[in-house]
Write a protein that binds this ligand. Structure first.
Ligand code: PLP
Length: 360
């Protein structure tokens, strides 16, 4: 068996230790005589898995007691609609649009509220994160929506650079960098993230929501109400049990590694290896503003489409797969989420050096 280094943007690589544990527990979960996939979601076996996953996430993200952790379905896309549907009051919302997903979130919200795009970097193909100040924000907005990591273009918004108003809930799509660096949860009203980038298999979306934002909203479908899921501890209907179990194992893995701050250090080192080489290379170029560079999704290109194609093909032949950039962007994108070992990044840099020497 040969595992490749998988740089896919999502679904993406998972920690090998976690996959091995899941394999061990596949046929007989801890003496239950069955797989987690086969259990009733009302069983005490599953109940423990469900509770423990939420507890471990609370611990590693330092989530305050006045927040609920929800396990929902429908991906980040469902949150694009659930957020406006549930937070709507004055019918106005602010959006910072720094990438393809932020743009899509704003587009969906427009169906339900009046959307004000505070700033957008679309003028320069989302190659930077727009700087804003408080005077640009609407004090009467129902919420202010940001994306902390722009998966497609490879930029990020650090915790310390987030500008928001105290009395307007801050809502963040953290799908592609949750648990990769420390964010102060207490500043946010809602954090949401699809699991399939940095947490586990597709099928579950994590929502961390401040309790005062959980309200009865009667005129929307039951399944889209945060309140029903919060009241029923994400067991209103059958949850994606196996995905939640896998996320729980990944949370434990992070805890064992020393938590999010420790993982952040490793992530910064991994990203630096790659960016330092790109900056010293005569063949490969970075595509975004240096300060805004993502430590999860690293975009680069040669400037020659044929050469990019050749690189992607030859890299795959060498066990470095899924390096093709997003279809609207082109070039290469190496997604180096938490589970990508430093050896994978080193192997990629070595291959890039070798490719450069052969093609210049
Ligand atoms: C992948 C991604 C999405 C889309 O997630 P789905 O779970 O497929 O709906 C949304 N936002 C960001 C930032 C992403 O990286």
């Amino acid at each position: 068996m040969a595992r490749v280094f998988n740089f896919s943007a999502g679904p993406s690589t998972l920690p090998e230790e976690v996959l091995k544990q899941a394999a061990e527990e596949m046929l007989d979960y801890k003496g239950s005589g069955m797989s987690v996939m086969e259990m009733s979601h009302r069983s005490s076996w599953y109940d423990e898995i469900h509770k423990k996953a939420a507890e471990t996430l609370r611990e590693i993200m330092n989530i305050p007691d006045n927040y609920k952790v929800l396990f929902l379905q429908g991906g980040a896309h469902m949150q694009f609609a659930m957020v406006p549907l549930n937070l709507k009051k004055n019918g106005r919302a602010d959006y910072l649009v720094a990438g393809q997903w932020g743009k899509k979130a704003a587009g969906e919200a427009r169906k339900f509220v009046s959307v004000n795009v505070v700033a957008s970097s679309e003028d320069k193909t989302f190659s930077y994160v727009p700087k804003i100040d408080k005077s640009m924000l609407d004090p009467n907005a129902d919420y202010f929506h940001i994306t902390t990591n722009n998966t497609v273009y490879g930029t990020r918004l650090r915790d310390k650079d987030i500008v928001c108003l105290d009395n307007v809930p801050l809502v963040a799509d953290m799908s592609s960098n949750i648990l990769s660096e420390v964010y102060d949860v207490s500043r946010f009203g809602i954090i949401y993230a699809g699991a399939q980038k940095n947490m586990g298999p597709a099928g579950v979306t994590i929502v961390i929501i401040r309790e005062d934002l959980i309200k009865e909203v009667e005129d929307i479908p039951t399944m889209l109400q945060y309140k029903i899921h919060a009241d029923k501890d994400s067991l209103y209907n059958t949850p994606p049990c196996y995905s939640i179990y896998m996320c729980g194992l990944v949370f434990e893995w992070i805890k064992k590694k020393g938590g999010v701050a420790a993982i952040q250090k490793i992530n910064e080192e991994k990203a630096k290896l790659l960016y330092d080489y790109i900056d010293s290379s005569n063949l490969f170029k970075g595509t975004v503003e240096k300060y805004d560079r993502s430590i999860m999704n690293v975009n680069f290109k040669t400037g020659n489409e044929e050469l990019d194609k050749k690189f992607i093909k030859e890299a795959a032949e060498n066990g470095l797969v899924n390096l093709k950039g997003y279809r609207t962007v082109g070039g290469m994108r190496a997604s180096i989420y938490n589970a990508m070992p430093v050896e994978g990044v080193k192997a990629l840099v070595e291959f890039m050096k070798e490719f450069e020497s052969r093609n210049s």
